[in-house]
Design a binder for this molecule. Sequence first.
Ligand SMILES: Cc1cc2nc3c(=O)[nH]c(=O)nc-3n(C[C@H](O)[C@H](O)[C@H](O)COP(=O)(O)OP(=O)(O)OC[C@H]3O[C@@H](n4cnc5c(N)ncnc54)[C@H](O)[C@@H]3O)c2cc1C
Length: 402
Amino acid sequence: MLQKYDVVIMGAGAAGLMCAAEAGKRDRQVLVLDHANKAGKKILMSGGARCNFTNYYVEPERYLSHNPHFCKSALSRYTQWDFIALVDKHGIPYHEKKEGQLFCDHKASDILNMLLDECAQVGAQVQLKTSIEQIEALISDDAAGMRYQVSTSSGKVQCQSLVVATGGPSIPTLGASGFGYDVARQFGLKVYPTRAALVPFVTTDHNKSLCESLSGTSLAISVSCNGQSFSDDLLFTHRGLSGPAMLQISLYWNEGDEIQINLLPSENLEKLLREQQHLRPKVSLKNWLAEHFTQKFAVLWLEQNHPALMAYTLAQLSGANMDMIAQQLHQWRLKPSGTEGYRTAEVALGGVDTDEVSSKTMEVKSHPGLYFIGEVLDVTGHLGGFNFQWAWASAVAAAGHV
Ligand SMILES: Cc1cc2nc3c(=O)[nH]c(=O)nc-3n(C[C@H](O)[C@H](O)[C@H](O)COP(=O)(O)OP(=O)(O)OC[C@H]3O[C@@H](n4cnc5c(N)ncnc54)[C@H](O)[C@@H]3O)c2cc1C
């Protein structure tokens, strides 16, 4: 049976549900299609299941895109304050974790249920377990103005506006796919190559055993790569390096690039070591390092870098020793062998070229009635709630026009 809707949205994730709820408020008849057995799976697992749903400090500079200006219009018209007002309206308790990052007090499902409630209130239908087989642009407009036809596992549906909100390919086990890129290519749109980002690093060189042995240890560090720096926590893992600082820098890292880590950014170690040598000459270097890092780190780091100094007291260190230790701890240079890839990445960098799309409405310039929103577009935010804010803002921009 052929069904007809004003708007069909492909993807019942963050952007798709938001767009459905907002378009429904304009009395548009909306159908959301998703192949997964549950809506919003990424929302549910986001932010350690507490969903970092936005950030107090949303700025265009927090986003990467081949066109860094593209995101400005949508972000300024639907801001973090608008989304916070929606969260407040639903009585969802939340807190600021750090640096403006807002998380649910209870569960990420509070945000998903809020979006599903909003959809239900305006009669937007969400149809799950439906695979999309074919998309066609209808050649001649019929009286109802149907412009696209979507063939699905449960029949054909026609619509005036077709919204692609199928996200990126990270975490394929959740139903994520590169489907949106295929749709873009079908309509002749340019798609920038994608790669996994906000993702842990893997090391296979001499650092592997250090990472393995320190697995679970977290340090407050700063990390730099390609002219970008982040100060946050680093977490050693069995496979390499993770933690928010490393996830952030993965946005700027390309294969083969060197990363520089300052393992103790809060101190000037050259100066501090000399002072301490005076004040506490009998303290062992190992114990002194343990005060600033952890006992395990101090032992393993010395074993790997300066086994001869393992039993030294501060008094026994030469000026050259101290300079070398300070330099190595302030400027740990390493070349990760790769990342964990889409299996664990939070986002995909790249995607549908934003030049193909209106920044005001997200409508494809060459195909009226076709829209791309959310992560499928070449807009990627930093860690900290910025990606969801992009999903909400781009969805609302399209919802006002579909
Ligand atoms: C583990 C994890 C944690 C994260 N934590 C945060 C966080 O705390 N804060 C933050 O801002 N961002 C976070 N993100 C990123 C955020 O989840 C995404 O940026 C956001 O969900 C993108 O929204 P979207 O609607 O574009 O895509 P999605 O939310 O991924 O939705 C896409 C939908 O399309 C459906 N779909 C895909 N392919 C098809 C197809 N072929 N047919 C039909 N349906 C299809 C999927 O099933 C899915 O429901 C996290 C991501 C991950 C993976």
